[in-house]
Write a protein that binds this ligand. Structure first.
Ligand SMILES: [Zn+2]
Length: 67
């Protein structure tokens, strides 16, 4: 068994070994990059909620009684 079936890593295009833990990525680094891409899209989707939370925090700070 000298021939291994490989797939190209979706991140860097290098051949990824199916025997590897990080398949279909060639390495943990590419796996992390892919996860980061996905997470950044998620972050963008949730960004308005975060901004609303920050806005509420700012408003509550401004509503302190000034007596
Ligand atoms: Zn890769």
């Amino acid at each position: 068994m000298t021939e291994r079936k490989t797939r190209d890593c979706p991140i860097c295009g290098k051949p990824a070994d199916p025997a590897q833990r990080d398949f279909p990525f060639c390495s943990q680094r590419c796996r992390t990059i892919d996860l980061g891409n996905w997470a950044s899209e998620t972050y963008v989707a949730h960004s308005p909620i975060t901004e609303a939370d920050e806005l509420l925090q700012v408003l509550s700070e401004q509503q302190q009684p000034d007596e």
